[in-house]
Design a protein around this ligand. Structure first.
Ligand SMILES: C[S@@+](CC[C@H](N)C(=O)[O-])C[C@H]1O[C@@H](n2cnc3c(N)ncnc32)[C@H](O)[C@@H]1O
Length: 281
C-alpha cells in the first residue's frame, strides 16, 4: 500500500541534531514539553477518529503516537523518518503502548509522494531542516486527499530567546545553538515561511498560532542543556567555539542555579502551528 513512499532520493540536507541514542532520549523528553501544544493543534485542525495520517520526520515516534490516539483503532498512522534506529525505537514504543494502528516507514521525505492516500499530513520540527521547505511541502501535499488537512508545527527561536534574555548563561547557550542551526542550514523562525509556503504550494492561507512552552517542571528546565549537548559535537565543523559556556560537565547545574538565583521559569522552543485544508477541485 505504501510502497511508493519508499521510492525516494536522499536529501542533501545535513541534520544538525544527529542520530545518537542521547538525541533519541532528548527527543522523548522534549516531546513531554510539547505534547499538549501539538495535541491541541491537531484537534483544532480537525484530526479525528478513523482518519489516515502521515507523520513526517517521526523520530522516535512521539507525534505518531499522539496522532494514533486521536484517530483511534479505526484510523491509521504512518510515521516516516530516514533514521532507521529511531524508527525501531518508535515501533517498540507503539507496541508497548498497545497501539496497533501505527506503522513506521524508513524513508527520506525530500522527494515526491504519489497518490492522495491520507486524510492528513502532519509534522513537528521537520520542515525547518530542509534546504527548500516549500519544495518538501509541495511533495507532501500530493499525499493528502482533496479536503484533507496539512498541519505543521515548527520552531520560533525569537520567542525562546526573548523569554531567556534576562538569563545570561541560558541566553548564551541558546545563541550558540541558534548559530549552529543557522550554519547547518536549518531555519530558526518558521512563522512567515509556513504562512507563505502553504500558499505557494496551492493551499489556502493557513490558520496560525504561536506558542512558547514555559514552566518550572524538570523537562522544561533542562531543555537548553539537553539540546546544547546534542548540537555541541557539531560546533567545531560549523566553526563555532563553545568555550565561553565553560565546563560542559557542570553546565546543567549552572543553568539550574541561574534559574533559582533569578526566581525564573524556563522556556522551551517557540512553536508556530499552521494548518489548512487542501482545496476540493
Ligand atoms: C527534531 S526531530 C523531530 C522528531 C519528531 N517530529 C518530534 O517532534 O519528536 C526531526 C526528525 O526529522 C528527521 N529528518 C530530518 N530530515 C529528514 C528527511 N529528509 N527525511 C526523513 N526524516 C528526516 C530526523 O531524522 C529526525 O528524526
Amino acid at each position: 500500500m505504501h510502497e511508493d513512499l519508499m521510492n525516494r532520493t536522499p536529501s542533501s540536507a545535513p541534520y544538525v541534531l544527529g542520530t545518537t541514542d542521547a538525541e533519541h532520549e532528548r527527543l522523548q523528553r522534549q516531546a513531554g514539553c510539547l505534547a499538549p501544544f501539538t495535541e491541541r493543534l491537531f484537534r483544532d485542525a480537525g484530526i479525528t477518529a478513523g482518519e489516515r495520517v502521515l507523520d513526517v520526520g517521526s523520530g522516535v515516534g512521539d507525534v505518531a503516537l499522539l496522532a494514533a490516539r486521536l484517530v483511534g483503532p479505526t484510523g491509521e498512522v504512518v510515521g516516516m523518518d530516514r533514521d532507521g534506529v529511531a524508527l525501531a525505537k518508535a515501533r517498540m514504543r507503539a507496541a508497548a503502548a498497545g497501539l496497533n494502528n501505527i506503522r513506521f516507514v524508513e524513508a527520506d521525505i525530500a522527494t515526491s509522494l504519489s497518490g492522495a492516500q491520507f486524510d492528513a499530513v502532519v509534522g513537528r520540527l521537520i520542515l525547518q531542516f530542509f534546504p527548500d521547505p516549500v519544495a518538501a511541502l509541495r511533495s507532501l501535499v500530493v499525499a493528502v486527499r482533496p479536503g484533507g488537512v496539512v498541519v505543521f508545527q515548527e520552531s520560533n527561536w525569537a520567542s525562546f530567546l526573548a523569554q531567556s534574555a534576562h538569563l545570561p548563561l541560558r541566553s548564551l547557550c541558546g545563541s550558540l545553538i541558534f548559530d549552529a542551526f543557522r550554519r547547518s542550514g536549518a531555519r530558526t523562525d518558521m512563522d512567515l515561511a509556513l504562512f507563505r509556503g502553504f500558499q505557494e504550494v496551492g493551499l489556502p492561507p493557513p490558520e496560525l498560532r504561536l506558542e512558547t512552552p514555559i514552566g518550572w517542571d524538570l523537562e522544561t528546565r533542562r531543555w537548553v542543556d539537553d539540546l546544547f549537548r546534542s548540537v555541541h559535537p557539531r560546533f567545531e565543523e560549523l566553526g563555532i567555539s563553545g568555550a565561553s559556556v565553560g565546563d560542559l560537565s557542570t553546565l546543567a547545574e549552572r543553568l539550574e542555579a541561574e534559574l533559582d538565583a533569578t526566581q525564573s521559569y524556563a522556556a522551551c522552543i517557540g512553536l508556530v502551528g499552521a494548518w489548512s485544508r487542501k482545496p476540493i477541485p
